[in-house]
Write a new protein. Structure first.
Length: 127
């Protein structure tokens, strides 16, 4: 999972603000809403960045497919026929890591969405 420096800075700032507001709940109970809102912003920012990264990663994989086939052909791992008629088994092997990362990211996003829904239910005293 690739996280850029500016993302780490934003995550750190949001975490510090959420922690500060949660520690200040003893002075005024309204800080719990600030803390919850910042946590929701944090989760939304994280989910948005993961989805964007998946799109960029898919684009990189798509652009590198032809060079992958040429590299396999140059190393003698595939025949000329497999190079010209793109073999679906080789394509599936090429996208294997991407699919694994996509599933992991999907599970992570689902967990964060469950946390957000449960936080909303608790804050608004629905549950």
């Amino acid at each position: 999972m690739k996280i850029r420096v500016w993302e780490m800075i934003v995550f750190a700032c949001l975490a510090v603000l959420a922690l500060t507001f949660s520690l200040l709940q003893g002075t005024w109970s309204g800080f719990s809403y600030f803390s919850s809102a910042i946590f929701l912003i944090f989760v939304g920012f994280f989910i948005n960045n993961r989805i964007y990264y998946l799109k960029v990663l898919k684009k990189q994989y798509d652009e590198g497919l032809q060079s992958y086939f040429v590299e396999l052909y140059n190393n003698g791992m595939i025949t000329r026929e497999q190079l010209e008629n793109v073999d679906p088994r080789i394509v599936a092997g090429y996208y294997k890591d991407y699919k694994r990362y996509k599933i992991f990211t999907g599970i992570l996003i689902a967990i964060f969405l469950l946390i957000v829904v449960s936080l909303i239910l608790v804050v608004f005293k629905i549950w």
